[in-house]
Design a protein around this ligand. Structure first.
Ligand code: SF4
Ligand code: FES
Length: 383
């Protein structure tokens, strides 16, 4: 493998996304996992995760999101939490809530778990279960109560799309009802399974406008609460705004992702970029991967840019947008992200959001085929 030589030492990462498994009991149509899921037999062992976490701490990482798939499918998740905690890394569990019992949570808390982020698909139990592809709303409500009883900070994460944006008020109501400290309203980012199912997920501009007004109104209300303050995070829908998002805070700038089989990436979707030559933590030290691997240096900084980004005054602020989205939409990962209104290929996004008639039909009112044409992620290939 070729080693790239950065002219100056890159900044240190502070965050790690540890994808413990691609196995998952849910089948959400916007799943951020790659189309090609890692098999269970290829997953890193407990010892390998322990070693990787120690190396991450040495590199400067202080925060790890333990994610998946569903991390609770790993029987050793408490051992992994303990390894991170022992290395000085705070851990947050990112979970569907399915499989979380009081005893299991107790072991995780004893191991040093600091917080939990719980996914919710819809405020209506039936709609939640349709989107998730299985009954899970009751598990989520129970999991929220367990987390609250354990005294851990609880965040709710809602991926927003055309089938739940109109239920935003009810989704936000779940925050106080379930004892959350934070609600992340994450408009769907169209990579992987979400790109595959884009025609069925893309909302209308009118839906988004209404949702943005709802968020403003509810933020003001929630800020006025004297107790139980709840932070409301709105992850912008970049397709609709004409602005590129500063994806990952820059390529190889703040964080890294280790996938279930040890592949180490600058972002969760980077494996989709051909020829990336992604390193694996089984073969290389994390410090080498971060500082010298070709994959981490390929789009670091601004030298790789071409116009319009190269001469744009916003290039240090948004880093030219998202490399994975640029590749997915144009076939060239060095292109300006088409979400940016200055991109020569912005029409790829603009025409799509302005042409609702081209979207696939479908709706949750159709009980047998809730999302019509699109395919969900496949049923679990790892278990
Ligand atoms: Fe950002 Fe590039 Fe668009 Fe400028 S041209 S705003 S740097 S994506
Ligand atoms: Fe890979 Fe944005 S998701 S750079």
């Amino acid at each position: 493998m070729t080693a790239a030589r950065p002219a100056t030492a890159p900044p240190r990462p502070w965050a790690l996304l540890a994808e413990l498994t691609h196995g998952c009991p849910l089948h959400c149509p916007y799943c951020s996992n790659p189309l090609e899921l890692a098999r269970k037999s290829a997953e890193l062992t407990t010892t390998q995760w322990t070693d990787a976490l120690r190396q991450a701490a040495d590199l400067g990482v202080v925060s790890a999101h333990l994610s998946g798939g569903e991390p609770l499918l790993r029987p050793d998740v408490a051992a992994i939490v303990a390894a991170a905690d022992g290395a000085g890394i705070h851990t947050q569990l990112i979970t569907s809530g399915v499989g979380l019992s009081r005893a299991r949570l107790g072991r995780l808390v004893d191991a040093g778990l600091r917080s939990v982020q719980l996914s919710v698909q819809h405020a209506d139990p039936g709609a939640n279960d349709l989107i998730a592809g299985r009954r899970s709303f009751a598990d989520k409500e129970r999991a929220a109560a367990l987390v609250r009883d354990a005294g851990l900070p609880l965040g709710l994460n809602v991926v927003l799309h055309r089938h739940n944006l109109d239920a935003l008020d009810d989704l936000i109501d779940l925050g106080p009802a379930w004892g959350a400290d934070r609600i992340e309203l994450a408009n769907t980012q169209f990579y992987g399974w979400a790109l595959y199912n884009r025609a069925a997920l893309l909302p209308s501009r009118e839906q988004l406008t209404r949702a943005q007004r709802t968020v403003q109104r509810r933020r003001a209300e929630l800020a006025g609460r004297t107790e139980g303050r709840i932070e409301l995070i709105w992850v912008v829908p970049d397709y609709f705004e004409g602005n590129a998002k500063p994806c990952m805070g820059g390529w190889g700038a703040l964080s890294l992702t280790i996938t279930p089989d040890g592949t180490t990436l600058p972002c969760p979707a980077a494996a989709s970029i051909p020829g990336l030559d992604a390193p694996n933590v089984r073969d290389h030290r994390l410090a080498w991967i971060w500082d010298h691997s070709r994959a981490f240096n390929r789009y670091r900084g601004t030298d790789w840019m071409r116009d319009p980004c190269r001469s744009c005054e916003l290039r240090e602020r948004d880093f030219g947008g998202c490399r994975c989205q640029a590749y997915a939409l144009t076939g060239d990962a060095t292109a300006t992200d088409p979400a940016c209104r200055l991109s020569p290929e912005h029409a790829l996004v603009r025409d799509l959001v302005d042409a609702p008639s081209e979207r696939a039909p479908g709706g949750l009112g159709h009980p047998r085929r809730p999302l019509a044409a699109p395919r969900r992620r496949p049923h679990d290939r790892t278990t």
